[in-house]
Write a protein that binds this ligand. Structure first.
Ligand code: AMP
Ligand code: ZN
Length: 467
């Protein structure tokens, strides 16, 4: 049975098979690096990680591209205000995002690409749109003429036919009520960064970035395009208009959108000020795994109501999972294999996989895992779980952890403080200098065991905690 996913385009749950039967060509809209990501953003990225992992668990390859939006209205405004280049402004936030990804144990997409490094592709795409008669110029900026793309609205399921033709919008983000011809290329403004190109001195609009980068790496038709639900309109609608007007082919076969993380009934967002970053939550003493667990535990099409009680419950759940794993690995069970216990492992695994195949129903999948743990603990207590039953039980747990990835404690729990790690790193350097390579290697291995990676650079040895 193939995986089933809800496709925003058709508004149906459909069987998903990549076009070539093997490799999923997937594009996800990445972060706008004008600030730290908040855990609402990270909910969407957690969903993308779960999606990626489950596709791979089901023996598919992934060619997964995530962009980094490192030029847009907000970034320019902030960089100009601080009188630094947009690169200097965005790079620390990009680094922070990559760190958050590692902390939350996200698998790295095959490609992470920056918008500012794909200006040529954007210009070429705008030129192709112009050749097709889809654009017009006004005050030195270039706009997309929506009236020439009759399918406009097919993703967000809106009828825009009554729209005022020729009305324009310059900002990247706007509501459905303000659907207008949107900007592809903005004329340079004094004091703002710009690129001098054959279509003028200026900078790209946000929407063209993703069309250009997605097609550059994944071709004209992607298997999956994903993002948060708020991107459906206008961003993804505009991406379709830009790409399909040029290629005449469907831009993406599946459009998959994650619902919002909310706080007290409202979407978590920078503008409302009701947000926490991952760093905030970790500083409060919560484990990164608990955040990952909480963000993954609600199926992506449901709103996720964020509370600290929810985080505490996630911490408790992880404790139960780890205790169960420890018991499996350390208890001395009597010899033999109990048939019922064996059947329970096989059935639970099959049900778990079925739940994940069913549009990534993580809540149901977790329900199956905890029911299994409860019943298996009871069986262990009564002697109805034997040594021969452990491999199948461990296999089920490892299938679970392939996707959820919360069993291994993070380095932060290894008990070593930063200064203790510094001391060990210094001791290793001293050992290396004394040509005691065995000792140096032993320290490196010992640290690695605790999830701490040493990196030798020109400036000396650095270390980081591995997620
Ligand atoms: P941005 O960095 O603003 O471009 O947003 C990155 C991703 O986070 C996008 O896919 C947004 O749709 C998503 N997003 C923003 N706010 C939330 C939220 N409260 N819950 C879930 N996803 C969100
Ligand atoms: Zn995008």
């Amino acid at each position: 049975m193939p995986i089933r996913l809800y496709n925003t385009l058709t508004q149906k749950v459909e069987d998903f098979v990549p076009a070539d039967g093997k490799t999923v060509r997937m594009y996800v809209c990445g972060p706008t690096v004008y600030n730290f990501a908040h855990i609402g953003n990270l909910r969407t990225f957690t969903f993308q990680d779960i999606l990626r992992r489950w596709l791979r668990a089901r023996q598919l390859d992934t060619l997964h591209v995530m962009n980094i939006t490192d030029v847009d209205d907000k970034i320019i405004r902030s960089a100009v205000q601080r009188q630094i280049s947009i690169g200097d402004y965005t790079r620390p936030f990009e680094d922070a995002f990559l760190e958050d990804m590692a902390t939350l144990r996200f698998q790295r997409p095959e490609k992470l690409v920056r918008a500012t490094e794909h200006i040529d592709e954007m210009v070429t795409l705008i030129q192709a749109l112009t050749e097709k008669g889809m654009t017009y110029e006004s005050d030195g900026s270039i706009y997309y003429r929506i009236a020439k793309f009759p399918e406009y609205g097919k993703l967000s399921h809106n009828d825009f036919s009554g729209m005022i033709a020729g009305a324009r919008v310059d900002v990247d983000e706007y509501e459905k009520e303000n659907a207008r011809d949107f900007v592809l290329w903005k004329q340079k403004k004094d004091g703002e960064p710009s690129w001098d190109t054959p279509i003028g001195d200026g900078r790209p609009g946000w929407h063209i970035e993703c069309s250009a980068m997605a097609m550059r790496y994944l071709g004209e038709t992607l298997d999956i395009h994903a993002g948060g639900i708020d991107l459906t309109f206008p961003h993804h609608e505009n991406e379709i208009a830009q790409s399909e007007a040029v290629t005449g082919k469907p831009f993406a076969r599946f459009w998959i959108h994650a619902e919002h993380l909310i706080v007290e009934g409202q979407k978590m967002s920078k503008s409302l000020g009701n947000y926490y970053t991952l760093r905030d939550v970790i500083e409060m003493g919560y484990q990164a795994e608990a955040v990952r667990y909480l963000l993954a535990s609600v199926p992506y099409r449901n709103k996720l109501n964020f509370t600290f009680d929810g985080l505490k419950a996630a911490t408790t759940s992880i404790g139960r999972l780890r205790n169960f794993e420890l018991r499996l690995k350390t208890d001395k069970f009597a010899a033999g294999t109990n048939e019922d216990a064996e059947k329970r492992s096989a059935d639970s695994l099959a049900r778990f996989e079925e739940a994940m195949d069913d549009d990534l129903n993580t809540a149901s999948a977790l329900g199956i895992v905890f029911e299994y743990i409860r019943e298996t603990n009871t069986a262990m207590d009564s002697g109805a779980f034997l040594a021969g039953n452990t491999p199948a039980a461990l296999q089920f747990l490892s299938r679970f952890d392939e996707v959820f990835d919360v069993l291994k404690p993070s380095a932060a729990e290894s008990g070593l403080s930063d200064s203790e790690i510094d001391a060990l790193a210094a001791e290793r350097n001293a050992a290396k200098k004394a040509r005691n390579f065995a000792r140096a290697d032993a320290i490196r291995a010992e640290l690695l065991e605790m999830g701490i990676v040493l990196e030798d650079t020109k400036e000396g040895t650095r270390w980081k905690r591995k997620a």
